[in-house]
Design a protein around this ligand. Structure first.
Ligand code: ATP
Ligand code: MG
Length: 184
């Protein structure tokens, strides 16, 4: 039933990179040694998932927007410092091993609020990452990654259309994180 029902949309909360961060991610992806069957993620698809909700009936989107709009976390910076190969989904990701407290707080609160509204998610823990390549059947020999910082100032509710050869994501709604920076 899921995926075939046109009245449903596939939704997830995520962070979308700003233009400069998108370039850093693309640089990291371009340095990957990949076999021909592997697929680099198109740069417009780069994102960091916070909570995958799944198939949702249109009238329920509003309740997800309310949850997004209720978050009160400050902006945070993440440092991405390494490639990781994840054998089960057969992907190479850029990963951040240090989770800033506001990001952990956002993740926890989002999942608590979703559970309270009867959205049952199977998320176990937050693993900040951006998928760079898919269909990578065997672990590539990964070099050190040029690390980069990603300043996260907002997050989105995204719609995913997985019917094409590449998933197409569109932003349904965006919320700013609170500004705690006094830097000039
Ligand atoms: P495709 O499914 O066509 O390979 P995709 O995985 O990017 O593309 P979605 O399946 O819609 O597209 O997933 C959207 C985002 O949510 C992706 O970052 C994906 O890794 C993540 N995601 C999907 N399913 C889950 C899940 N069960 N738990 C956690 N994250 C998930
Ligand atoms: Mg998927």
């Amino acid at each position: 039933m899921t995926g075939l029902d046109d009245s449903k949309v596939r939704l997830f909360f995520a962070v979308v990179p700003d233009a400069a961060t998108r370039e850093r991610i693309a640089d990291a992806a371009a340095s990957l040694p990949l076999e021909s069957e592997a697929r680099l993620v198109p740069r417009n698809n780069y994102h960091m998932t916070l909570a995958f909700v799944g198939e949702v009936a249109a009238p329920q989107i509003q309740s997800l927007q309310q949850i997004g709009g209720a978050q009160r976390t400050t902006a945070f910076a993440l440092r991405f410092e390494s490639y990781e190969y994840w054998p089960k989904p057969e992907v190479v990701v850029a990963a951040s091993r240090t989770i800033p407290p506001p990001m952990e707080q956002l993740w926890q609160q989002l999942h608590r609020d979703l559970a309270e509204q009867q959205w049952v998610l199977d998320a176990k823990r937050l693993r900040p990452h951006v998928t760079l390549a898919r269909k990578v059947p065997q672990a590539p020999v990964l070099q050190a990654m040029s690390s980069f910082e990603w300043l996260v100032r907002d997050f989105c509710l995204m719609r995913s259309d997985t019917s094409g050869p590449q998933p197409a994501y569109t932003v349904v709604d965006t919320w700013s994180l609170l500004d705690n920076r006094e830097k000039a």
